[in-house]
Write a protein that binds this ligand. Structure first.
Ligand code: MN
Length: 413
């Protein structure tokens, strides 16, 4: 088992096609970055349901020491990392009777991915913090199961070039991109168009003039998907879908004009690919992150997954609509940032992280999220062909600028 890819005919032909070394192992050894979050906990569920196929080598968390300890006791990894250094002694004291190495700090998190006992790095970190660990894992030749879309939003060109250079596959965990990846399995023909489906989030049918007064609780009520707070707010603004357009652009080497967002409130079709002969392939299922997480870990195999099956008779109709770019300007600005290129998407991401945090802290209104992002992009110089240091510096100064603009915005309230 576990040939990767299983045979020639399963090699997916992207411009960024990977040359994967065959791994033929009984158990795939996994590092989960962000094991206490929504993706991380579901990944551990998948792994525990197929414990013969996987060994958990590394678990990392930012602040949730209690759950990290509980997971470590249950899965007995080789190593755990708690990013918040203040929580080191709590974690190490609790695990002192076990042969589990405990490290703390962001540097440890970045370095841990290159350990020789790891085959697959599942990056389930939230936000910009996922970038450097992804890069270090690629440099160490690990298979990347990528749930951290900001890696590709911020530095897609650099990351994909690095992956090709190191012959490292990046397997998407994001449900839409997993769907596209599944549609491309067995295909050699170039992509004619990608249909990236979007549920539309909680404000799809909400009057646009009332959006300024929605609360954090309103925005956190996603109709179809259970996710962490940051991505749920990104879904409410549709910035998440904008990020996913950029992610698809880099993963599948597809121009922005050929990536169409399609509002599909039932979220049964997880995305579609149209080929040059007009044929369209779609991947369907009830919304569940377990399927794309599991597929990324078992690829190219499929194994049992205990999720609800679609009963088509439950759905009188699957509906589709064009997105409303006027009502969801964050989707529009993401396309513009992608077209502008260079460090513009990096600045957009940094400003978005500042804005979402401010909204969650109830410092700004929902509609200020877009304003803050837009003003920050206008204020920061773009760098073409950025190096990693250019991205790091752009992220830093963009956050400072966004904080400044935030002060003005909150002064106004
Ligand atoms: Mn998604």
């Amino acid at each position: 088992m576990g040939k990767f890819p299983a045979n020639e005919s399963e090699t997916v032909e992207f411009k960024t096609s990977f040359n994967v070394e065959t791994i033929d192992i009984m158990q795939k050894r996994i590092a989960i970055l962000g094991s206490t979050g929504s993706i991380g906990t579901q990944a551990l569920e998948v792994i525990s349901e197929h414990s013969e196929s996987f060994a958990v080598e590394t678990l990392t968390a930012n602040n949730n020491a209690e759950l990290l300890i509980e997971q470590a006791l249950r899965f007995q990894p080789d190593t755990v990392v708690i990013a918040n250094e203040n929580l080191y002694s709590q974690v190490s004291d609790s695990l002192k009777d076990y042969p589990i190495k405990v490290y703390a700090g962001n540097k440890a998190l970045e370095q841990i991915v290159s350990q020789s006992n790891i085959d697959i790095v599942l990056n389930a970190l939230v936000g910009y913090s996922g970038l450097i660990p992804t890069i270090r894992a690629i440099e160490a030749g690990k298979i990347i199961a990528l749930a951290n879309k900001e890696t590709l939003v911020v530095a897609g060109e650099l990351v994909m070039n690095l992956a090709v250079q190191h012959s490292v596959p990046i397997i998407p965990v994001d449900s839409e991109h997993s769907a596209i990846f599944q549609c491309l399995s067995g295909e050699f023909a170039p992509i004619d168009r990608i249909y990236l489906t979007a549920s539309g989030g909680p404000f799809l049918n909400f009057p646009v003039e009332k959006l300024a007064t929605v609360t954090k609780e309103d925005a956190l009520k996603h109709p179809r998907w259970e996710m962490g707070a940051k991505i749920t707010i990104d879904s409410a603004t549709m910035m998440n879908k904008g990020f996913e357009v950029i992610e698809a652009h880099w993963l599948f080497a597809t121009p922005d004009d050929d990536i169409k967002v399609l509002v599909h409130p039932q979220s049964i079709i997880h995305s579609m690919v149209q080929f040059k002969d007009g044929a369209i392939k779609a991947q369907l299922g009830e919304p569940s992150m377990k399927v794309p997480i599991q597929y990324a870990l078992t690829y190219p195999d499929r194994v049992e997954c205990n999720v609800k099956r679609v009963n088509f008779a439950d759905y009188q109709a699957l509906t589709f609509a064009e997105p409303d770019f006027g009502k969801f300007p964050c989707l529009d600005i993401a396309y513009k940032a992608l077209r502008a290129g260079g460090t513009v998407p990096c600045t957009m991401n940094a400003a978005n992280e500042v804005a979402v945090q401010a909204f969650l802290n109830e410092k700004i209104r929902y509609t200020d999220i877009y304003a803050l992002i837009s003003e920050t992009i206008d204020a920061i110089n773009k760098i073409d062909k950025p190096s990693l240091n250019d991205y790091i510096e752009t992220d830093r100064i963009s956050r400072l600028k966004a904080d400044e603009i935030l002060k003005v915005l909150t002064g106004r309230l």
